[in-house]
Design a protein around this ligand. Structure first.
Ligand code: SF4
Length: 383
């Protein structure tokens, strides 16, 4: 039987009223619901709803302890480090929240392959072995062949794990990227609310909501083993997007059981021009979402980037989160020069601007170990 696409699931959840019912249910959660959710881990869909509700704040200590225990049980006392390497900031899209949007007045640059190698070698010399290659969407500046060559180059110079976060591709193009060595594709839906999605993606190929919604299915069909999902917190309603994201993860686990799904929690802190998120997400909501995801998906990698402050990241190391970026720059060519000196225009300002050594020290202070390589080496339960 042909696997169903997530778009079909999305339509059925909306048309049947199941999503609306779930959101309504979330408003009526009681402390008893939260307590009973904690009795049965991995939590059910109903338990997940209880854990992301405001009421759950009253049990945040117990929820955090359960998430910490589960993270240690599944991944050991480790936190994986990765770093984004920006290849190009040219983009034909115009996402309202992004400084790479084509109407933004920033200095544009696409790294040559020689420059990609210089950047990569710099990161290797600092210890990194897990890199995320990032590029805006431009078939002229960063076509699939260029991304594939960059991936192969990263593998050649010593990266063990290479992920990409770029424009989305067809199954055949993802196969080509897989053959070049791509281990993981990150594709955030941004929001599962089609109306808001269309408003914040007014032009360019990315405005095709359905195409983006089915991207993770195409990645899996191409045989790439790891897929990163997430929403851009602040765009859509917190509960609706949280429920849809959890449903998407479940869909991937059911339809493509041989793949692994990781979950990220990017949150809008700053945006170009006068763009302000309709649904800002508080620290409490973010923490609840991370803990609920850990308790719903014990084996998924949960990632927190340098978009978040040092204080919040330090709190979350090992508390559900088991992968973080460190020392990140969000512009092409930012690493090869003197550390601290930017390259071309950046995608967004980072909040946690600590050096990799400072982040490592913060992880160590939490009684955890840092790992520079592939997370698969950590997938050993500890007793
Ligand atoms: S979010 Fe991605 S697609 Fe949108 S403008 Fe930025 S780089 Fe381009």
């Amino acid at each position: 039987m042909k696997p169903s696409s997530f778009y079909e699931t999305w339509v059925s959840l909306n048309d049947s009223g199941a999503l609306a019912k779930a959101v309504q249910k979330n408003e009526n959660v009681t402390l008893r619901d939260v307590d009973s959710a904690l009795l049965s881990v991995p939590v059910s869909s109903g338990g997940f709803l209880s854990l992301i509700s405001n009421v759950a704040d009253e049990r945040i200590g117990q929820i955090g302890q359960a998430a910490r225990d589960l993270t240690i049980q599944r991944f050991g006392r480790t936190v994986n480090l990765y770093i984004p390497l920006y290849l190009s900031n040219y983009c034909v899209n115009n996402c309202a929240y992004c400084w790479f949007g084509k109407e933004q007045d920033i200095e544009r640059k696409t790294l040559t392959l020689d420059e990609v190698e210089v950047e990569g070698r710099r990161l290797i010399s600092e210890g990194y072995r897990n890199v995320l290659l990032v590029a805006g969407e431009s078939k002229a500046e960063a076509p699939v062949s260029y991304i594939a060559e960059s991936v192969a180059l990263m593998k050649k110079i010593g990266f063990v794990f290479v992920g990409i976060e770029t424009q989305t591709f067809t199954v055949d193009e993802y196969k080509l990227l897989g053959a070049a060595g791509v281990d993981s594709v990150t594709v955030y839906q941004e929001t599962y609310d089609e109306k808001i999605y269309k408003r914040v993606h007014p032009s360019g190929p990315k405005k095709d909501f359905k195409w983006r919604l089915d991207t993770a299915d195409r990645v899996a069909q191409a045989g790439i083993r790891s897929i990163g999902l997430g929403v851009l917190l602040g765009l859509g309603d917190y509960r609706r997007d949280a429920v849809m994201l959890a449903t998407h993860v479940k869909h991937m686990q059911k339809q493509h059981w041989q793949n692994s799904v990781s979950i990220s929690f990017p949150r809008i802190h700053a945006a170009p021009g006068r763009f302000a998120p309709d649904n800002p997400v508080s620290d409490s909501q973010l923490v609840r979402l991370i803990l609920a995801m850990r308790l719903a998906f014990p084996d998924s990698i949960l990632t927190l980037s340098t978009r978040e402050s040092a204080k919040l990241r330090d709190r979350m190391f090992g508390l559900g989160i088991n992968q973080v970026s460190a020392g990140s720059k969000t512009s092409p060519g930012a690493y090869a020069g003197e550390r601290g000196k930017e390259g071309a225009g950046e995608q967004f300002p980072v909040s946690d601007a600590r050096t990799p050594a400072e982040v490592v020290e913060a992880i160590r202070k939490k009684g955890l170990e840092w790992v520079w390589k592939d997370w698969d080496t950590n997938l050993k339960p500890v007793s």
